[in-house]
Design a protein around this ligand. Structure first.
Ligand code: FMN
Length: 415
């Protein structure tokens, strides 16, 4: 019976344990978590979501305060079009986050950054270019293009000296999305070095509509694999979404996948950025406590725990401090929903906004508990403490369980 450790992922000159820990914003996949994956010979991800905000928390910088001060005059204004990021400071924050992570890297594995196109920041192209460029400047091993079609992203960085040496990959949820990406970036004469195929059971935003349950990861992987073969393209494929045991991973590796991307099991690791009380909520969740809804202002469906405190909360939009989801016109679906509720309830001290959420604020504060479909199985991956709480696991324990387990077994931590 095979185990994940019988396989290796070859990426250029790197031979890796074929386990990639997926990016989880906002700072849920921390530097510490990514460093463990790299130390153990796999690939870890940090995330480029809200990096100035994350930097303030981790490195005591003052990016949020400075931005809020600059745009304070606009706080009560319903129109947020003037609220822009300072690109120099954005580059500085990204370089610090990435640079410090790379300085701490040990072992043979790699560290990538998950770069989300949907983080439009009131200047989609310019801010994306700055974020990817700064990450490359700071020595990131690779960039995973996520949450979006990224049709122009290679073009944004094609003049960067590391454009051909850094590993560049893309996340897709369909063959069609991959075909479009390859067609649109053909001009740069560069294929992605790997393709993450994310199915409907993943955490975070989904690349499907609300009919996500109709889709099957294995079917999409087979479609993409067969098309690449017919086109004589050799690109490592990395399925993601619902791969919960080493044996789940082996099934994909035996059918032509080069590695797997996993995330949910690491949400209950000590190195994960979620606060421990939130991690206990993940452990406690039953199958019916998880939903896919449309409250994300990005327009993508998102999976989360139903008891996430951010759901329905009608706070005033915090774009002057954050503003990561302002689109190219300086708008956000949450602002529209919030303004509508305020207009409908002019005398209310605080409104409820059920259809959208202020994702920046609530992801920043760990109040939207996004999670994968199999979060309800996390309780079976550990032991309970005397007080009834669940014991957190080390990232190493989880990583090695994926690497060495057989027969769908999950190794519990020592008594
Ligand atoms: C808490 C959480 C946050 C996530 N955030 C992001 C994100 O910011 N960007 C992204 O591309 N994927 C995100 N994902 C998706 C993961 O990177 C990964 O592809 C997927 O969850 C793998 O499936 P699994 O969780 O069933 O193992 C997130 C997943 C989780 C569980």
């Amino acid at each position: 019976m095979k185990r994940v450790d019988d396989f290796r992922l070859q990426l250029g000159k790197h031979e890796l344990v074929p386990i990639m820990v997926g990016g989880m914003g906002v700072d849920i996949s921390t530097a510490e978590l990514s460093l463990e994956a790299a130390r153990l010979g796999g690939i870890g991800h940090i995330s480029d979501a809200m990096v100035p905000t994350v930097s303030d928390r981790r490195f005591n910088t003052k990016y949020v305060k400075t931005k809020l001060k600059q745009f304070k005059f606009n706080v009560a204004n319903t129109d947020k079009a003037v609220v822009k990021f300072d690109l120099g400071l954005l580059a500085e924050a990204t370089k610090m986050h990435v640079g410090r992570t790379m300085d701490a890297k040990r072992g043979d594995g790699l560290i990538f950054i998950n770069c989300m196109e949907k983080l439009t920041m009131n200047a989609p192209k310019e801010t994306l270019r700055v974020r990817i460029t700064a990450a490359l400047d700071a020595g990131i091993d690779g960039v995973t293009l996520a949450a979006g079609l990224h049709l122009g992203s290679f073009g944004l960085i094609e003049d960067h000296p590391r454009f051909r040496d850094a590993k560049l990959g893309i996340i897709v949820s369909s063959l069609r999305a991959l075909q479009l990406f390859i067609k649109k970036s053909a001009r740069t004469n560069r294929l992605p070095d790997y393709v993450v195929i994310e199915g409907p059971l993943a955490g975070g935003h989904l690349g499907f509509g609300m009919d996500w349950a109709k889709y099957d990861l294995a079917v999409i992987v087979a479609e993409i694999r067969d098309w690449l073969k017919a086109e004589q393209l050799d690109i490592p494929l990395i399925p993601a979404g619902g791969i919960f045991t080493g044996s789940d991973a082996v099934a994909f590796l035996e059918h032509g996948a080069a590695a797997v991307q996993v995330a949910t099991r690491f949400t209950v690791s000590k190195e994960c950025g979620l606060p421990e009380d939130v991690q206990q909520e993940y452990f406690k969740a039953g199958e019916n406590d998880i939903e896919v809804n449309t409250i994300s202002p990005t327009g993508y469906p998102m999976r989360m725990l139903k008891n996430s405190p951010g759901i329905g909360d009608g706070i005033r939009p915090n774009c002057e401090a954050y503003g990561y989801l302002l689109d190219a016109n300086g708008s956000c679906q949450y602002i529209e929903a919030y303004n509508r509720e305020v207009a409908l309830h002019p005398d209310a001290k605080k409104v409820k906004v059920m259809d959208k959420t202020c994702l920046c604020t609530h992801m920043r504060n760990f109040e939207i508990w996004t999670c994968g479909h199999y979060t309800y199985k996390l309780k079976d991956t550990t032991r309970r403490n005397e007080d009834g709480s669940y014991r957190l696991l080390s990232a190493e324990h989880i990583f090695r369980d994926y690497q060495f387990s057989t027969d769908h077994q999950i190794l519990l931590p020592p008594e």
